[in-house]
Design a protein around this ligand. Structure first.
Ligand SMILES: [Fe+2]
Length: 193
């Protein structure tokens, strides 16, 4: 069914990159190959390839950070246990929403979201969690280090998406970045004094 739709509505346009057969739209990324599908969106294929590659890297980091934040949620000990247990769960929930937003921007660009936990583990820019962390402030410091690295990655994404000509993706990075900066403040506020 999909093939017939493609041949009728998209492959007939000789000026479009969408005239390429699906196999020719397989492009190499840093870690895998992802398929692009025919689309009516007005952003060029090369722009979408670069943006999707970046988004999939951010998706991996987001899922990695979400699971690390859950690790802290489950294992934190000490007198601040309950408030940190709740805070970390709220932060993990935000990251789950961000992963969904990033993945669906990939598919809106007619790309393929690379969102399994195995993909996250192999593609994330973040270091593995600090398994020596036990007390509240040890978990807060471990998460602050990782939130800071993630925040830097997001800010780079704002500028890179802008440079690539995809203002919508730049806006998505800005939205995520603003919340992550706020969460970094929440974490660092615990470490003062
Ligand atoms: Fe829980």
């Amino acid at each position: 069914m999909r093939n017939s739709i493609l041949s009728l509505s998209l492959y007939d346009d000789p000026m479009s990159d969408r005239t390429l057969p699906t196999e020719a739209l397989m492009v190499a990324t840093t870690s895998s190959k992802t398929a692009f599908y025919p689309t009516r969106i007005d952003l060029p294929l090369d722009t979408r390839q670069s943006v999707v590659d970046m988004l999939n890297g951010t998706l991996a980091a987001t899922t990695d950070l979400r699971t690390q934040t859950k690790q802290a949620h489950w294992n934190v000990k000490g007198k601040d246990f309950y408030q940190l247990h709740l805070l970390f769960d709220e932060m993990a929930g935000e990251l789950e929403e961000f992963a969904d937003m990033l993945a669906e921007r990939v598919t809106a660009l007619a790309g393929t979201a690379m969102g399994t936990v195995r993909m996250a583990a192999s593609n994330s820019i973040l270091p593995e969690y600090d398994f020596d962390a036990v007390g509240g402030m040890e978990h807060v410091a471990a998460l602050a280090d990782r939130y800071a690295a993630y925040a830097k990655h997001l800010r780079e994404g704002i500028a890179k998406a802008d440079d690539l000509g995809d203002m919508d993706t730049s806006d998505l990075y800005t939205e995520v970045s603003r919340t992550i900066d706020k969460r970094l403040w929440f974490l660092e506020a615990h470490l003062v004094g």
